[in-house]
Structure formats: C-alpha cells, structure tokens
Design a protein around this ligand. Structure first.
Ligand code: SAH
Length: 224
C-alpha cells in the first residue's frame, strides 16, 4: 500500500511513522508513506498557500491551486483508490471503514488547516471525507496519523501475531474481553482461575461471555 499525505506541517506527522508498528511496516516494505509539503507547490511569495475568505469573516482558507498542483502531480504517476480529506464534518472513522481502507493500494490524504480548504477542492478532487470524532482539531495531521495507524495495523504481515487484530475491540462489534499476564497474584489481586486452567475451549467460552457482558454494559449500541 502507498499513502501520500499532503500537509503544510510535515514535521507534525513524522514521529508516528518513525516508531513502533508503523515504522516496522515501512521497513518491511508493506507500506510506503510519502509526505508532500503543500508550500512546495505554490508560486506565491512567502510560499503562501492560504488567503482571506470571500464574503468576509475570520479565518484563512487554503487555496485550490497548490492543492490541485500537488494532487495532479501524484495522479500523473499512478492511479489512486481514494483522495481523502480529513474533516470534522466527514464520515466518522470506525473499524469497519479502517478494514475497508486496509485493502486499498494507493491513497492520498489531504490535511486541512485554518478554516479548511476552498470548497472547490472538496467538490472536484476529494472522493471521501473522514472525521476522527466530533471535536475540532487545529489541523488534519493528527487525524491523518490516527487514520494511517488504524489502517496500517490491519494489513496482513504488519502485526507479528496475525490473529491479534482479529480479536480486538470492534472487530466483531464486541468489546475485547479483559486480559491478564504474570504474576497470577499481585497484592492479593488474583487472575481468574479459568485462565490458568489450561482448558482452552472453556477459556474461549469465558472470553466470549466476558466480551458480550462488557459490550452490553458499556456499549449496548454496538449490539443493535
Ligand atoms: N472550519 C472547519 C474546521 C477547520 S479545523 C469546520 O468548522 O468544519 C482545521 C482542519 O483540521 C480541517 O480542515 C481538518 O483537516 C482538520 N480537522 C479538524 N477536526 C478534525 C476531525 N475531527 N477529524 C479530522 N480532521 C479534522
């Protein structure tokens, strides 16, 4: 998979891809992530990429031309499955969307700033708009990092234990059951006996019951 991220703040985006699972996925050549600084695509002085909004009002708007130039130059080299704009009014990201996107080959992610991008960018070039939740960030970069993390960990070969993503919360609309590790007793707090029993069918049943129980209690909306 290849991910091209268009941003005015590449430095804000670097570290998530230089650590942990994302770094390993890049090193294993399972995924390629390229960052493009929008300021490299403007001819204006001071590398200007935003301007006042027509009709007046507070807040700058990102101009269409640098974004068009950047997207066009990427599209000249390959086809893209989606051109995504990070936006608080987009579809709210969830595990189902992440599962679907993890199957794509090439995607572009556009990060907004200020008041966002000129509406014509969204009308003409964007194929999908994604929000990471009902709150407003100052830029799309942190959202893009969240989106990339959740997609990349689902690509086969990225997680060491292939089955581990499948038992995560939300994967089957259930919250994950509780997990424990050594020691089996700490300051009087014990691990449930069943997990130490070695009876794997029973353990599996216990985990399913706990997942069901926690979902009913904490997120009944998932069971609808
Ligand atoms: N004026 C816009 C908000 C702009 S916030 C509005 O009211 O809708 C600046 C940028 O941050 C946006 O262009 C978007 O790229 C990013 N952003 C803000 N909140 C986000 C969220 N919840 N999910 C994804 N991106 C977000």
């Amino acid at each position: 998979m290849r991910i091209d991220i268009i941003t005015v703040l590449p430095e804000l985006l670097k570290s998530p891809f230089e650590a942990s699972i994302l770094k390993r996925a890049i090193e294993k050549d399972i995924v390629e992530v390229h960052m493009h600084n929008l300021r490299d695509y403007t001819k204006m002085s001071y590398n200007q990429i935003d301007d006042y909004q027509f009709g007046g009002g507070a807040g700058m708007v990102m101009m269409i031309e640098p974004i068009d130039k950047c997207i066009s130059s990427l599209k000249a080299d390959r086809d893209y499955d989606e051109v995504i704009y990070m936006s608080p009014d987009g579809e709210t990201l969830n595990q189902k969307i992440a599962n679907g996107m993890s199957l794509l080959n090439n995607i572009i992610i556009l990060c907004g700033h200020y008041k966002g991008v000129d509406q014509r960018v969204r009308d003409a070039y964007i194929t999908r708009e994604i929000s990471i939740g009902d709150y407003v960030l100052s830029g799309g970069e942190l959202g893009a990092a969240v989106l990339c993390d959740t997609i990349i960990r689902l690509i086969p070969g990225v997680l060491n234990n292939e089955t581990s993503a499948l038992t995560d919360t939300f994967q089957d609309n259930l919250l994950a059951p509780p997990v424990y590790t050594r020691p089996s007793e700490y300051k009087g707090m014990k691990v449930p006996d069943i997990l130490l029993s070695g009876n794997f069918p029973k353990i599996e049943k216990w985990r399913e019951d706990k997942a069901q129980e926690r979902t009913e209690k904490l997120r009944p909306d998932l069971l609808k």
